[in-house]
Ligand binder design. Structure first.
Ligand SMILES: Nc1ncnc2c1ncn2[C@@H]1O[C@H](COP(=O)(O)OP(=O)(O)OP(=O)(O)O)[C@@H](O)[C@H]1O
Length: 296
């Protein structure tokens, strides 16, 4: 385990932004913190990054018990601030000095991270002329300067156009091989593309903390819809599935709780002289499952 969060709480006067949440992060995981606006994502990430003091609860970084765990965290805020007159090299030099990275190491690291985020060609240009995607990649470069073990990204792709989104998500995918990543998003699809696990937040509380595969399993219905050429009538009244049958029309039924026994149902219907015209598995999409968990 890399990080353990216990009963973490942040209250703003009477407003409970984060309500005693607990979760843990294993080394090497890529986790998405998913939730609508106001769910408490930024508040949580800022507490983890040490930028905000929790009202109560604890954050433990396993390997650095007692030391300042923040030195091992790389953080990209939701709205990174840049000096427009600076160049990427100047900005990273400035950020690296603030983090007390030794001079020679910093020089090499700046070249390395700029190469990684594909800004090496424009490293001496003014940041003021950069696109949103370029700025976000520069922000990511800054978060990587001190070789963090845990990279925390607050809505890294939310403000980007589709191409910028794809760029940054692909960089995150490459970084997954090297470090543990926690990033927030309000878009399920972003989480689906890169992460192993999702923590869903709503009103400051965790609604789900597991893989998307488990989410799919937990919320997928196993009904099938069968449409026939003929009127079905009472031809299926003796089938073992009869209690789960609902007629949609005279020649179309939905049968619930069908798992491995779908073939049996179809065979039985054909044996009773029904011609199968259409057969459909009615599975909830991941989006449906997300909506159910979030109660939306
Ligand atoms: N400085 C603050 N003072 C008072 N309330 C705040 C403050 N910061 C956040 N909140 C409240 O805390 C709750 C959680 O906000 P937070 O920004 O963490 O949510 P979020 O999930 O990151 O949303 P978004 O996607 O909009 O950034 C919201 O109800 C918000 O209004």
């Amino acid at each position: 385990m890399l990080l353990q969060v216990l009963e973490l709480e942040k209250k703003y006067k009477s407003d409970m932004a984060v309500n005693k949440i607990s979760f843990q992060i294993e080394k090497g995981q890529c986790i998405a913190l998913l939730g609508p606006n106001g769910a408490g994502k930024t508040t949580t990430l800022q507490m983890l990054a040490g930028l905000l003091t929790p009202t109560s609860g604890s954050i433990r970084f396993s390997k650095l018990e007692g030391k300042d765990y923040r030195s091992k965290i790389g953080f990209l805020p939701q709205h990174p601030a840049f000096f427009n007159w600076m160049s990427p090299v100047q900005f990273l030099q400035f950020a690296g000095e603030l983090s007390h990275i030794p001079t020679q190491q910093l020089k090499e690291k700046i070249e390395e991270v700029l190469q990684f985020v594909r800004l090496a060609d424009v490293k001496k240009k003014r940041i003021g002329g950069f696109s949103g995607g370029m700025k976000q990649r520069l922000g990511l470069a800054q978060a990587l300067l001190h070789d963090p073990e845990l990279l925390i990204l607050d809505e890294p792709v939310s403000a980007l156009d589709p191409a910028g989104r794809r760029d940054v998500l692909s960089l995150i995918t490459q970084l997954k091989e090297k470090m543990t990543i926690l990033f927030s998003t309000h878009v399920l699809h972003d989480a689906e593309q890169v992460c192993d696990k999702v923590i869903m937040l709503k009103n400051g509380e965790i609604q789900w903390d597991n893989t998307l595969e488990e989410l799919r399993k937990a919320f997928t219905t196993s009904a099938v819809k069968v449409q026939t050429e003929e009127v079905i009538g009472d031809k299926i009244t003796d089938l073992p599935f009869v209690e789960k049958v609902e007629f949609v029309t005279d020649s179309s039924i939905v049968v619930g709780e069908m798992n491995e026994n779908t073939n049996e149902l179809l065979t039985a219907m054909m044996e009773r002289g029904l011609t199968i015209k259409r057969f459909e598995k009615l599975e909830d999409s991941l989006e449906d499952a997300y909506m159910k968990v979030m109660g939306q």
